[in-house]
Design a protein around this ligand. Structure first.
Ligand code: ARG
Length: 461
């Protein structure tokens, strides 16, 4: 059987291709964070109190310059990860060794690909969660604005899908906005749990040299280092499933929003009209305007949850310590995040451009929708509620249509159709955006200092 020489020994060609799997492509997304992690590791090695120094300050500078070069190449789509590299970690070592000779061979001192990939994925997750939060805040703001614009437009409130009580378009839209803002809390929790630096745990069991894990964590702008070095690696997979769990909750909100849109844009309802540019036609039925975007969002919610469960399933039977199984989590993780983000991004402009058909919404009110309001009116006249309930139930045919706009005007308490606090939605959205700004600032400042160049680098192609 054919064999191939790699940085870590000769490997059978078939085995190499099988074990590298999709890493050669997927790790392209990790080149930048891998270089940043290596810059911090090398900076720490150069400061290690041992004689002779493992890496001198000048050598550290050379490595950092080499890493910046690789980041620039990657941003132009020109950094190559070869099959013989197996993954990004050895590709970066190969490139540095080609440029710097023996110095390149020193960068892996006191670390393993296991803590390297763990730190890469955490840095990747940090950036991706911030993007997701930004996109979720945008959609939440769009839903709140939609709600505010149509605050006074009556809408039948339903339970069991059957007409229930008078409600409003404002209440409907902001229910989804508030759900999404809660999903942001979930994402922020995941962000916080993820914001710990596993680097320096090496293969899981520490190293017999005085590495400074706190320093590495600070250099990378993490909140703090993970503590137990074995857990640093056992946390891989667990962390990804927590992040995707938070994403799946956001997808749950989006799926229900999409489902409502599909229902309420049916000709039988015609409450809303989706913008034509977010619908597609049929190859046979010329009249069709289908809500494919909404259908796909609903389907993708299942996929994101499946990705979360896929990772959970990979790790649940995984014995302590690194196991190659973990590599399989990478694809699910990246795909789950990308899917969530794509759904958030497509829905925000769609919500903004959705039309509301006020007359159809009012036409949807049959007299029975006011039954509970009528019973409560009788309560106001002194009748015990249960008696009022039975009185109305027995005389339903006598119910008269009331002006639905008037009916919702009376619902003024906290969170009711006319008690919606628009500042509440604004403040919560702003709070999310504020965290994003602060976190980006902390990270960019740390990395700019570490690389000695303004970060993020400006040349992404
Ligand atoms: N590509 C590998 C992964 O994603 C990197 C770690 C490999 N470690 C090892 N001991 N073979 O898991």
């Amino acid at each position: 059987m054919a064999k191939k020489k790699t940085t870590v020994g000769t490997i059978n060609t078939e085995t190499l291709a099988f074990t590298a799997g999709r890493d050669v492509e997927l790790d392209q997304a990790l080149v930048e964070v891998d270089c940043i992690g290596t810059a911090a590791h090398v900076a720490m090695l150069s400061k290690m109190p041992v004689k002779p120094a493992l890496i001198t300050a000048t050598e550290r500078q050379q490595v950092v310059e080499g890493l910046v070069e690789i980041i620039n190449l990657a941003r132009q789509g020109k950094f190559n990860i070869k099959l013989a590299d197996q993954d990004v970690h050895l590709a970066v070592e190969r490139a540095l060794t080609k440029k710097l000779g023996d110095l390149g061979k020193k960068i892996h001192t006191c670390r393993s690909r296991n803590d390297q990939v763990a730190v890469d994925l955490r840095l990747y997750a940090k950036e991706q969660i911030l993007h997701t939060l930004e996109e979720a805040a945008e959609l939440a703001a769009a839903l709140a604005a939609f709600g505010k614009k149509h605050e006074k437009v009556p809408m039948v409130g339903r339970t069991h899908m059957q007409p229930g009580m008078p409600s409003s378009v404002g209440l409907w839209a902001t229910a989804h906005a508030e759900s999404l803002l809660d999903d942001c809390v979930g994402l922020l929790n995941a962000y916080e749990m993820n914001d710990q630096c596993p680097l320096g745990s090496a293969a899981s069991y520490g190293v017999p040299l005085p590495i400074d894990r706190q320093l590495v964590s600070d250099l990378l702008g993490f909140a703090y280092p993970t503590h137990n070095v074995l857990y640093a690696n056992n946390g891989r997979g667990k962390m990804e499933s927590i992040v995707l769990g938070a994403m799946a909750q956001a997808m749950l909100t989006l799926s229900r929003l999409a489902q409502d849109f599909m229902l309420f844009t049916m000709p039988e309802f015609d409450y809303f009209q989706l913008p034509a540019e977010f619908c597609t036609g049929s190859s046979i039925m010329p009249q069709k305007q289908n809500p494919d975007v909404c259908e796909l969002v609903r389907a993708k919610a299942s996929r994101v949850k499946a990705a979360e469960l896929g990772i959970y399933d990979l790790v649940k039977g995984s014995p302590t310590g690194y196991n190659r199984d973990l590599q399989e989590a990478k694809e699910l993780f990246m795909e789950g995040i990308a899917t969530t983000r794509a759904c958030l991004r497509i829905l925000a402009p769609m919500v903004k451009a959705t039309q509301v058909n006020r007359q159809k919404l009012i036409d949807g009110f049959s007299p029975d929708v006011f039954a509970t309001d009528r019973a409560l009116e009788l309560v106001g006249e002194g009748m015990p509620f249960r008696d009022a309930y039975h009185h109305v139930k027995e005389n339903l045919q006598e119910m008269e249509s009331i002006d639905p706009a008037e009916a919702i005007r009376l619902k003024t308490h906290l969170g009711a159709p006319m008690g919606l606090d628009w500042d509440y939605f604004k403040f919560r959205t702003q709070a999310v955006r504020q965290v994003i700004r602060e976190e980006r600032k902390t990270f960019n400042k740390a990395v700019s200092k570490l690389l000695g160049v303004k970060y993020p680098l400006q040349n992404r192609s």
